[in-house]
Design a protein around this ligand. Structure first.
Ligand SMILES: NC(=O)c1ccc[n+]([C@@H]2O[C@H](COP(=O)([O-])OP(=O)(O)OC[C@H]3O[C@@H](n4cnc5c(N)ncnc54)[C@H](OP(=O)(O)O)[C@@H]3O)[C@@H](O)[C@H]2O)c1
Length: 328
């Protein structure tokens, strides 16, 4: 089968199309024919190994110490089940499913091997493979951040880094709680943010939200680039700051802020649950959440897709069309 391997960490040029043996599932595994995968910021960070200090070593250990282990990248996948191991009870051959792959990776290939410990769900017939492929990273993390924010009706919510995989879901989920949303990103993405429900938008390339003299009840900081002290000053009394991409310093300072002030700082990572995949797919089915798809690339143009995402142009999600990704 065709797969895109990455024999070393680095620029998108390391991504090489190769012919490799089809994986054979053991008793606890599922082999799917891949229809859609995605390119997330997380895939690009892993490819160049730009990983936060506190998780650098464990992630490096799992993905490959000197060089990446010989398997494809790709952390979100949707496709059709081909074979299941004898211990797999919830899925059978012919089922259409979507899944996270976590650090087991492997979605950039014509067939993806999934452990039955991975969190996966059935694709509804009304949704396409590419729509559901965006749920495991963007959807699940956004849902986690919004739930942790404890948003109340009319709360003023700031979403920093709103134009990407997580942010486009987060705007819509926060809006469902009745929030008044300010969304930050840049350029062409700003129009999309308004369409998804933001009342105000800020272009981070032109303005610094911490210098506007405004305060928000909730700040969901998806990107985590602004200074901690400037960001915390933008919270109202009792406000909540979600560090979506936390470094160790931010996590420690967050603990101190939460202990000593009325403000709460949350940097807990999302955990994957099947019921959350099902919840999000239902919201999309019911038309309550839109999946923003920017571009599609065939598998053998994966490097171009990574260059596009690295260039900061991605609006919502970029799809890798491994075969009929738009099919329901
Ligand atoms: N905590 C967790 O469990 C968890 C899980 C998944 C992902 N993450 C991390 O969260 C981050 C975002 O993920 P994502 O998939 O949503 O990424 P994404 O799709 O790239 O979205 C991030 C958005 O933020 C924008 N941005 C960049 N710099 C900014 C700034 N200074 N101010 C405001 N916006 C800015 C980006 O624009 P440009 O494209 O122009 O740069 C992009 O539109 C990644 O670093 C990822 O690794 C964390």
């Amino acid at each position: 089968m065709k797969a895109v391997l990455w024999p070393r960490y680095g620029s998108p040029d390391v991504l090489n199309v190769a012919d490799i043996d089809m994986p054979v599932p053991n008793d606890n595994e599922i082999l799917i024919k891949t229809h859609a995968a995605t390119v997330t910021a997380g895939d690009c960070e892993l490819r160049r190994f730009q990983i936060a200090g506190w998780i650098w070593l464990p992630v490096r250990f799992m993905v490959g110490i000197r060089r990446p282990k010989p398997k494809a990248l790709g952390q979100e996948v949707a496709g059709e089940v081909i074979i299941t191991g004898t211990n797999v009870k919830d899925f059978k051959s012919g089922d259409k499913i979507f899944s996270e792959t976590g650090l087991s990776l492997g979605a950039y290939a014509e067939y993806t091997l999934l452990s039955n410990k991975r969190v996966m769900a059935h694709k509804p017939s009304s949704l396409s493979y590419e729509q559901v492929a965006t749920i495991p990273t963007g959807g699940i993390n956004a849902l986690h951040f919004v739930r942790k924010s404890n948003i109340k009706k009319n709360d003023k919510v700031l979403i920093n880094g709103a134009g990407g995989s997580i942010g486009t879901y987060a705007i819509q989920l926060a809006k469902m709680h009745g929030a008044e949303i300010t969304a930050i990103d840049s350029g062409e993405k700003l129009e999309m943010l308004k369409r998804l429900g933001a009342k105000e938008v800020i272009d981070f390339q032109k303005e610094d939200f911490t210098q506007k003299g405004l305060k928000w009840d909730v700040i969901i900081d998806v990107v985590g680039i602004k200074s901690y002290s400037k960001t915390i000053k933008c919270l109202t009394k009792g406000g909540r700051l979600i560090l979506g991409n936390p470094d160790l310093g931010g996590m420690l300072r967050g603990l101190i802020t939460s202990k000593n002030t009325s403000k709460r700082v949350i940097s807990q990572l999302a955990s994957y649950k099947k019921e959350d995949l099902d919840y999000l797919k239902k919201l999309i089915e019911d038309g309550k959440i839109l999946v923003e798809i920017d571009k599609r690339y065939p598998l053998d143009q994966l490097a171009d897709a990574h260059y596009y995402v690295d260039a900061g142009k991605k609006k919502g999600n970029v799809i890798i069309d491994v075969g009929n990704c738009r099919e329901n």
